[in-house]
Design a protein around this ligand. Structure first.
Ligand SMILES: [Zn+2]
Length: 255
């Protein structure tokens, strides 16, 4: 490791859990963040500053003034610019020593799967069920770990799917069928720092998966109630009938 990196990441290296070896794993890793909004903002800022060697930022939307209340990777002078490029510019200033790739167009399903396959961990920071199920399916097929967060009003939830492991549930084991577009922050509102809490936990999970430390949220859904300041977690298991990840359904489809 370069001397400059030893200084920049010294507070990680001091941690017995991480050390120089763990930091090197972070520097050698590639993380795909899909959605550079309220969740992707804090997640990407922590992962950039923590020294993830290659961050890939995917978002085809542009920065709107109403985003700035919570999407802290973007600034007032980036209104109207592509979110992926606006985030890339902020993160480069945070940490010029890492690679930051911006994807500012809508990925088709083949491109999405290729990007997921290249990543060590995927962060789903999108805001609709359709994208979430598609990302989950590609993560299942490429056996790529997925950290999926969501937030609305004063509530958030997050879980981790270690899809490189046989026994891990997937997103669809937990949420079942696609049911419309669901609720949106545009219609329901969102308390700004709630996305900060959930996006930050997504970054913690990604770092733990890459460095191989601690216990992840695999098989647990963490619920955050910002109004009463309570965390709860509930356990769940892989659904043997899950159309996305069960072996039976894959075999049936193959026939
Ligand atoms: Zn499943």
């Amino acid at each position: 490791m370069k001397e400059a990196d030893k200084k920049r990441y010294s507070r990680h290296i001091q941690l017995p859990h991480v050390g120089e070896e763990g930091q090197q794993k972070l520097l050698d890793s590639r993380v795909l963040i899909i959605g550079m909004g309220g969740l992707g903002s804090p997640a990407s800022m922590y992962l950039a500053s923590a020294g993830i060697g290659c961050l890939v930022l995917s978002d085809f939307d542009r920065v709107d003034e109403s985003n700035l209340q919570r999407q802290i990777v973007h600034t007032t002078d980036s209104i109207g610019n592509e979110k992926a490029l606006s985030a890339q510019a902020t993160l480069k200033r945070l940490n010029p020593g890492i690679d930051i790739i911006a994807i500012d167009w809508a990925l088709d399903s083949q491109e999405l799967k290729e990007q997921i396959d290249l990543a060590d961990v995927v962060l789903d920071c999108t805001d609709n069920f359709e994208s979430r199920f598609e990302i989950n399916q590609s993560c299942v097929e490429t056996r790529t770990p997925l950290v999926s967060g969501a937030a609305i009003r004063t509530d958030g939830q997050i879980s981790t799917y270690l899809l490189n492991r046989e026994d891990s549930p997937c997103y669809r084991c937990l949420y079942g069928e696609v049911t419309g577009s669901g609720e949106s922050c545009a219609a329901e509102g969102i308390l700004a720092p709630v996305v900060g809490v959930i996006g930050t936990i997504q970054a913690i999970e990604a770092i733990k998966i890459i460095a191989g430390i601690g216990t992840t949220l695999c098989g647990r859904l963490l619920l955050f109630d910002g109004a009463n300041l309570e965390f709860q977690s509930m356990k769940f298991k892989k659904d043997p009938e899950c159309p996305a990840c069960s072996r039976t359904s894959a075999a049936v489809e193959a026939v």
